[in-house]
Unconditional design. Structure first.
Length: 275
């Protein structure tokens, strides 16, 4: 995986998971036919989705797997707070997967794109499944929208320009990964190539209308702060000044105070069954 200090991002990752929780609920409803005995959440981070898995499948042994012990500590604390049973295991992705043992359901969200050879990563995830087991991965969807096209100041369309900057950064990240392999990101075909059947994809909406809760608002602030840092050399002076106003907590037009702030996104989950 890329050299990112994920533990330092624990607060952001937990708020992100809480904000995105509605899509996980919808995605797990697609697996209501399963009665798994063992469930793995690969790349679980601080355990938001893992706790949802534990609540959805209370009779299963649900294991949050991540390469960052600090994030797994957060997952354990969250599970205790929510009253669900969750186990944790440290393992690097994808090299440490073989030591995890088999499972009836493997969930992994926004993790595969962090390795150079995505097909190899899917092959390794598939190898974890018992016969008849299901793999569910989240990759792709639609860009997040949080504020109006016209903010009432600055040049309209800031979000679209941020999308372009983020896409360029993502492409550069993918190109720089060790062993990076260019493939058509047709996830259903990639899952089928891994040996899975009944392959399907479904996209789920995340819709938090205005006015937002404090937690969702804080997630947007932290995300925008990271985008401001990443976009310094990409956006023009006017757009950077607009972002600075959005991030100035004393400004009535900031994300901390404006009442038209919302969160709208879509996440796509790809499913497959091991014969």
């Amino acid at each position: 995986m890329t050299d990112i200090d994920w533990t330092a991002m624990a607060d952001l990752l937990e708020r992100e998971g809480e904000t995105n929780a509605p899509y996980v609920t919808q995605a797990l409803a697609e697996l209501s036919h399963l009665t798994p005995k063992r469930v793995l959440d690969i790349g679980s981070g601080p355990g938001v989705a893992a706790c949802q898995l534990a609540a959805t499948f209370p009779d299963a042994d649900v294991i949050a797997v991540d390469g960052a012990p600090g994030l797994l500590d957060r997952a354990e604390q969250r599970a205790k707070r929510l009253g669900v049973t969750l186990h944790t295991q440290v393992a690097e992705f994808p090299d440490g997967l073989a030591e995890l043992g088999p499972a009836d359901l493997v969930w992994s969200s926004q993790v595969v794109h962090h390795v150079g050879d995505q097909q190899d990563a899917l092959n390794r995830l598939t190898a974890l499944l018992n016969p008849g087991g299901e793999l569910a991965i989240t990759e792709g969807g639609l860009p997040i929208r949080t504020f109006p096209r016209d903010l009432g100041f600055g040049r309209p369309g800031l979000a679209a320009r941020l999308d372009a900057a983020i896409a360029d950064r993502f492409n550069a990240m993918r190109a720089d990964l060790p062993g990076s392999v260019t493939v058509a990101e047709d996830w259903r075909t990639l899952l089928a190539n891994a040996g899975l059947t009944a392959v399907r994809s479904k996209t789920f909406l995340i819709d938090h209308p205005a006015p937002l809760s404090t937690s969702h608002r804080q997630f947007i602030r932290h995300s925008l702060e990271r985008q401001r840092h990443m976009a310094t050399e990409v956006l023009d002076a006017e757009d950077l000044a607009t972002m600075d106003r959005l991030l100035d907590p004393a400004d009535p037009a900031s994300v901390d105070q404006r009442q038209d702030l919302f969160f709208l996104a879509a996440r796509t989950v790809h499913y497959g069954r091991k014969p």
